[in-house]
Design a protein around this ligand. Structure first.
Ligand SMILES: [Zn+2]
Length: 215
């Protein structure tokens, strides 16, 4: 790809609901927007979600010759949308939200992991420099998957992908009361145990299998 289209960036931002387009003196202006549907998540998870999306966009278009300008616009909207989302979550102004986590020009969110130790999630600050070698952009895709945050129930439903068979379509949430009683005796139970999750977003056909215990 030698050129990344402005519309690609715009459509991604609209898909995330991170931007608002307004007309000012005959020109279209992009304005960052808080993503209200995310405010139920932890701040560190919100940052992780933005990081994944920004890295995804950058990896996708890193070898385009205009990536630095388009990536800059995309990154700017995402950055301020993040501040606005966190501001809304914490009931702060945007500037307060930004300053709350600003350390040495980085946006750093401390949090406790499942073992109770303090970790830091840092907002993407890798820039959008063009990558000349295709190889380089491939290498970046690999660690990206490690950062995949836990999606909210709503996002998993909205994603429309069956977590059991991978097909897309109408998704139903399968839920168990608690994991401790579960045995890894079926593919779905095994999956929930593996991910330590009481829910599984499944397609209608997999849901049918679960209800009838066919495996
Ligand atoms: Zn399925």
């Amino acid at each position: 790809m030698l050129h990344v289209n402005m519309d690609t960036a715009k459509n991604k931002l609209l898909e995330y609901d991170a931007v608002r387009m307004s007309q000012e003196r005959g020109k279209t202006v992009w304005k960052p927007k808080p993503r209200s549907y995310m405010i139920g998540n932890n701040v560190e998870d919100i940052v992780a979600q933005y990081n994944t999306e920004i890295r995804g966009f950058y990896n996708y278009s890193a070898i385009a010759n205009n990536i630095s300008s388009i990536g800059g616009s995309f990154g700017y909207i995402m950055e301020y949308s993040l501040y606005k989302t966190i501001a809304q979550k914490l009931n702060l102004t945007m500037v307060q939200a930004k300053l709350k986590y600003l350390r040495d020009k980085k946006f750093v969110v401390p949090f406790k992991d499942t073992k109770g130790s303090t970790k830091y999630r840092i907002f993407y600050d890798g820039g959008f420099k063009r990558k000349t070698a295709y190889r380089e952009s491939l290498v970046d895709i690999i660690p990206n998957t490690w950062h995949a945050p836990k999606l909210s129930l709503m996002e998993r439903l909205k994603a429309g992908v069956c977590e059991l068979c991978g097909s897309s379509g109408n998704i139903i949430m399968h839920q168990v009361r608690n994991l401790r009683q579960l045995k890894g005796d079926t593919p779905w139970n095994a999956k929930m145990l593996k991910h330590n999750r009481k829910t599984l977003a499944v397609c209608e056909s997999c849901n049918h299998k679960i209800q009838n215990n066919e495996h």
